[in-house]
Design a binder for this molecule. Sequence first.
Ligand code: BTN
Length: 274
Amino acid sequence: MAIGTGRQRHEHWTCRMAFFSSSAAAARLVVLSRAESTNDELAERARTDAPSEWPEFSVLITNEQTMGRGRLGRSWTAPPGTMLAISVLLRPMRAGIRDERAKGWIPLLAGLAMRNALTLLGADAELKWPNDVLIDGRKVCGILAEVQPDGVVVLGSGVNLTLTDDDLPVPTATSMLMAGAESDADVVLAAYLTELREVYGRFAAAGGDAEASGLRAAVAEACSTLGRTVRVQLPGAQDLVGVAAGLDGSGRLVVEASGRRTAVSAGDVTHLRY
Ligand code: BTN
């Protein structure tokens, strides 16, 4: 049942009933029957409302996103009802995250949390740098972390739940259903939020130091990109082909090619071979 007017017109209070487990893991949970982009919607609400209305770990979700945005200016699409679009609000400064290099780690931590959650739910999930989650080499989740001018982070993730072969936006995608794993939206969301709270809590407790918190090691362990030969398409530059040798202190991918190491902070990575 839709209630309210204006920006509230798509809010379904009855939907909260279907997200009982997730509600317990979120500081606030807003479920929309439809949104253009959950990242934009949450950023706009957090910008215009009092900060107290949107505490850290406020979550806004929908399963029908009409103008979803992906990394590097791409769009993110799925048929209505088949993909869960999740945006989580973080307040790193208030959480005591002051390390300069922390910004690069937050999206990686989201990828780690999602990979851990999907693994617990029966998928053989892996993390592809920077933060795609794959099952059998195919993408099940993408992450888009956006820092707002006031330092708030809107952490968006799109998880393919019940897409079938016919629905796939690209042949390199997959879904939890196709992988034979748990695909219930509430169960997946609750598992993700629980994992995210755990890794982000550890990160914050270490002031945003990925090394001291043990999260650099945890991300490296989960990241199937490391040790592989990769092609990196760098925005506005030539492709870089080399071996993904590790992660630097800011979470950048270190690629070794012709005896030279290059740290990459953004770009499209293709796994070529081991
Ligand atoms: C990517 O792999 O390119 C990132 C995709 C991120 C999609 C999610 S869905 C929820 C949130 N809202 C958006 O508009 N985008 C992110």
